[in-house]
Design a protein around this ligand. Structure first.
Ligand code: BGC
Length: 253
């Protein structure tokens, strides 16, 4: 690792199947070295995951910069306080403290969708866009990031809005599409209902749609019947790592 790379912030994306990390060049919003991926341990308790973070960081032996970590949960000042799609033992964990101790690095934990939102507004689809931007990630759950003039309002959790008596993500996440084998048309109807509800509540200027399925945006975004501009995310599977590093570079929350 070169002298310039050593001090760069490091991003870790903690997902259901893999834990990915790389140092990030904040000038370009890209990885400064090849990304490393390690399988997510099962069960993915905070302690088990902390061990993987230490292993991952050890493969970048000279890296010393601060570390940002995404978690698919509410995170307030480093403490995790929800666990919709992760092991229940995360609730109440001071993840900043646990990971800082396990890795010997300065670690800052951030909600996964908030990290994606920060990355998209700084380097991606929402770059240079003022006003109210809502970034949603469609995956196992629905994550959300609210940004006003580029400033994040953290932990919005709009995937858990109750719509027609259902937790919205249980009907409209990408996991619902695959689980129920929905056609793009059928899924688009559910997404229309979801995004119309967000329109009614927030009157945003722009929606950005992330998550793995955003690479198939052509199949479903044109089918949505809403008034607000809606565009696919651009950072794809780099958004978590880049957004986490960005978050850490700003000293966390
Ligand atoms: C969680 C959010 C997370 C989203 C996407 C939801 O179930 O409550 O915190 O951002 O899934 O992973």
């Amino acid at each position: 690792m070169s002298d310039q790379t050593r001090d760069l912030p490091f991003g870790i994306d903690f997902g259901g199947s893999g834990i990915k990390g790389a140092p990030v060049d904040l000038g370009t919003g890209d990885f400064a070295a090849e990304r490393v991926r390690i399988k997510t341990p099962k069960p993915s308790t905070p302690e088990a995951v902390a061990g993987v973070f230490a292993e991952l960081l050890a493969s970048f032996d000279d890296s010393t910069g601060s570390v940002g970590v995404t978690v698919p949960a509410v995170v307030r000042h480093g403490v995790v306080s929800s666990a919709a799609n992760i092991d229940a033992s995360w609730i109440g964990t001071d993840a900043d403290a646990l990971f800082t101790k396990a890795t010997g690095r300065d670690v800052h934990v951030v909600n996964d969708a908030d990290a994606a939102g920060l990355a998209e507004v700084r380097y991606g689809a929402a770059m240079g866009r003022g006003g109210l931007v809502i970034v949603t990630t469609l995956g196992t759950g629905i994550g959300s990031a609210i940004l006003y003039d580029g400033v994040l309002v953290p932990n919005s959790e709009l995937g858990h809005l109750e719509i027609d008596g259902h937790d919205a993500e249980s009907r409209a996440a990408n996991s619902a599409r695959t689980r129920e084998d929905l056609s793009w048309q059928h899924w688009a109807k559910r997404l229309t209902k979801y995004y119309r509800t967000l329109e009614m509540l927030f009157s945003p200027d722009l929606f950005v749609v992330g998550g793995g399925v955003s690479k198939e945006a052509d199949h479903f975004l044109p089918l949505l019947d809403i008034s607000t501009e809606i565009i696919p995310a651009e950072l794809r599977n780099k958004a978590g790592v880049v957004g986490a590093a960005l978050y850490a570079s700003e000293g966390g929350g």
